[in-house]
Write a protein that binds this ligand. Structure first.
Ligand SMILES: NC(=O)c1ccc[n+]([C@@H]2O[C@H](COP(=O)([O-])OP(=O)(O)OC[C@H]3O[C@@H](n4cnc5c(N)ncnc54)[C@H](OP(=O)(O)O)[C@@H]3O)[C@@H](O)[C@H]2O)c1
Length: 337
């Protein structure tokens, strides 16, 4: 029998209304490497082991299989629906009028759920690229962020809350300039911001901004996504699990460097959503949050080791005339158009 991690040992994080969610979730993007069946099996095993937060998205093209795993854990009485916290996301090609509602309904059907706990806008523009395309591919229809367009998408997310189809809504891959523009216009505020966060890319300004606005930071690629697709790799990328500070702390704690990345994330206050289909890995990814915390000095060592190295640059979403992937991230402090 595999190990089961007791729920009362897993730290929790509060949303703006006081509802709490687990401090670690499970990712479900197979990085073009792991298939839907494997991932669904990991979701089943993960929930049995103690995971309650599962990060899904329509573009991962596995929600129907994950739905089968969710049905199984519920039917077998491993968890009750209200104990789970399931997220999904609307993909960039479904931002138009009525399409967000339709996409959410498809995710609900695939996931075999009557409601989704947290529904994200995956990227803040309607720029589509075919799943699995290479890093040089561009779509001539891509365009920069547009406030009215984004708010029309968000209004549909708000409608989903009104209709009881989702409990909370969130944004992903945002920047401070974009948040400054959209937050005052939201009738229902985002409960969470999903963003890239790992020791080599800590985004301290965006992290602090989310906290200051009572928005929960959810950290993707928490281990530095060592299995990410080719299109998301460049020669300058830093491997978090090989950073000397992380390796040294891992040696001290007698664990894999991946677990130091996760302990750091949990103790800092974001919710990491590590991915793994390997049972020993996904169990240790959750368990590490329940034991042997990092010291204040170790936390400070990791804070100082930030490399500002973004891994998911998003260049396939660039529009004609854009200079480079930095344009997606408003690095000069204003929305780049
Ligand atoms: N909102 C967004 O735009 C966005 C973008 C990217 C990702 N995400 C979400 O974030 C999740 C996590 O990101 P990610 O999957 O890219 O990266 P990640 O969780 O940082 O890395 C996953 C990889 O790390 C390795 N790993 C996991 N646990 C390990 C352990 N205990 N020891 C050693 N190695 C371990 C595995 O490599 P092997 O395969 O070699 O075993 C696994 O494939 C995704 O699954 C997805 O749900 C969201």
């Amino acid at each position: 029998m595999s190990e089961i991690i007791e729920q009362n040992k897993i730290p929790r994080r509060a949303l703006y209304d006081g509802t709490t969610v687990p401090a670690v979730g499970m990712g479900t993007f197979g990085s073009d490497k792991y298939g839907p069946e494997q991932i669904a099996e990991a979701v089943y095993g993960g929930i049995r082991a103690g995971y309650r937060l599962i990060d899904c998205a329509s573009v991962y093209m596995n929600e129907d299989r994950i739905g089968g795993a969710l049905e199984r854990v519920l039917q077998e009485g491993i968890v009750k629906r209200e104990e789970l916290f399931i997220t999904s996301k609307v993909w960039n090609d479904m931002h138009g009028e009525g399409q967000v509602i339709a996409s959410c309904e498809k995710s609900l059907k695939d996931l075999k759920l009557s409601y989704i706990d947290l529904y994200f806008v995956h990227w803040p523009f309607p720029n589509y690229h075919a799943p699995g395309c290479d890093g040089d591919s561009r779509n001539p229809d891509s365009r920069p962020f547009d406030l009215d367009e984004f708010m029309a998408t968000w209004r549909q997310c708000e409608q989903l809350v009104d209709e009881g189809k989702v409990r909370y809504i969130g944004m992903s891959n945002m920047t401070i300039p974009k948040l400054e523009a959209v937050l005052p216009l939201c009738r229902i505020k985002p409960a969470a911001l999903e963003m890239e966060l790992h020791p080599g890319f800590q985004q301290p300004e965006l992290f602090d901004y989310a906290k200051a606005h009572d928005i929960l930071p959810v950290g993707y690629c928490p281990i530095g996504s060592p299995s990410r697709p080719e299109r998301d790799r460049t020669a300058e990328d830093v491997a978090d699990t090989q950073m000397p500070e992380i390796v040294e702390i891992a040696e001290r704690h007698h664990v894999h460097p991946a677990l130091i990345c996760l302990k750091w994330a949990v103790q800092r206050g974001q919710v990491p959503i590590p991915f793994s289909v390997k049972e020993p890995q996904y169990i240790s990814n959750l368990k590490c949050a329940t034991e042997d915390p990092l010291t204040d000095e170790e936390m400070e060592t990791i804070r100082l080791a930030d490399k500002n190295c973004r891994l998911v640059k998003g260049q396939v979403f660039l529009w004609p005339g854009a200079k480079g992937w930095e344009d997606l991230w408003d690095v000069n402090g204003t929305i780049t158009r």
